[in-house]
Ligand binder design. Structure first.
Ligand SMILES: N[C@@H](CCC(=O)N[C@@H](CS)C(=O)NCC(=O)O)C(=O)O
Length: 263
């Protein structure tokens, strides 16, 4: 593929693209340029993106660069229809879209929950997250032809949602959040487990997410600095495997750069 992708390896929107390319056997044919968002952005990238900073960004020689993960997914799917990841049948793809429509609200519920700093609002955020899971459960029960995946295999909706399921490990760790037992959650639980186990979606790991997203849990997103700290938990050096697990109690403990293994 004559294109390169500027990305953040731990970003869920970027991971969508990696999953799609892996499912198509194309992951190794594309150059991925890693962007460190804790550093000032390269002006050349800002020029390519027309001034916005969010990644992924696809650079295509001789053409205007493309951005927005779902736009990039559509582009790759149309450019390389074989093997199809989205359902080629328009009606079946419309069913997938019913689920994909919910990704914005689902993502926002999880990120606002992890970034919340007020323990009194914890229940409200937890309920909002559960409502999103129930809505997905309902769509799967009412529309999914498949028994585990939406259809018979890991496909389009799974590619869109799996990176969020992985990021939301930060809710397990920092919020003690888990799906309750019961029919309102059983179908989505089954789906989520199958998504997490997909071999083409193993680009990130639990400890990596928990360590890198510590600052999100302290209310500072996108490489921003937590007050009193000098190094973002989002840095690549020192790399996450050598760092200790952060304290899980985000509401009353504030770990220092040294305690997080960042200096
Ligand atoms: N709607 C965008 C969202 C992308 C996004 O928010 N990316 C974040 C990382 S998870 C980012 O690049 N943040 C750095 C920044 O905005 O400077 C998409 O789907 O591509």
């Amino acid at each position: 593929m004559n294109a390169s992708i500027h990305h953040i390896p731990v970003c869920p929107f970027c991971q969508r693209l990696e999953i799609l390319l892996s499912l198509k056997g194309l992951r190794d044919q594309i150059t991925f340029n890693v962007v460190d968002i804790t550093k000032p952005r390269d002006p050349r990238l800002l020029e390519l993106s027309k001034g916005t900073t969010a990644l992924p960004l696809m650079e295509i020689p001789g053409r205007t660069a493309l951005k927005e993960s779902r736009v990039l997914l559509d582009y790759v799917e149309e450019l390389y229809p074989d093997p199809p990841v989205a359902r080629p049948d328009p009606y079946e793809h419309a069913l997938e879209s019913l689920l994909v429509e919910r990704e914005g609200g689902f993502g926002a519920a999880g990120y606002s929950f992890v970034m919340n700093q007020d323990p009194a609002k914890r229940e409200r955020f937890s309920e909002r997250m559960l409502a999103e899971y129930r809505a997905i459960n309902d769509i799967l029960v009412n529309y999914a032809p498949g028994k585990t995946f939406f259809f018979d295999r890991f496909g389009w909706a799974e590619t869109v949602f799996t990176p969020f399921f992985m990021r939301f490990w930060f809710l397990d760790y920092y919020e003690g959040f888990e799906l309750p037992e019961g029919a309102q959650y059983d179908r989505v639980r089954l789906w989520r487990e199958a998504c997490l186990a997909e071999p083409c979606a193993q680009q990130v790991q639990f400890d990596q997410i928990v360590k890198l997203y510590y600052d999100y849990a302290k209310g500072a997103g996108n490489g921003a600095l937590v007050e009193g700290r000098r190094v973002s938990s989002f840095v690549f050096e020192p790399d996450w495997p050598g760092r200790p697990m952060p304290p899980a109690d985000k509401y009353s403990v504030s770990a220092s750069d040294a305690e997080l293994g960042l200096v």
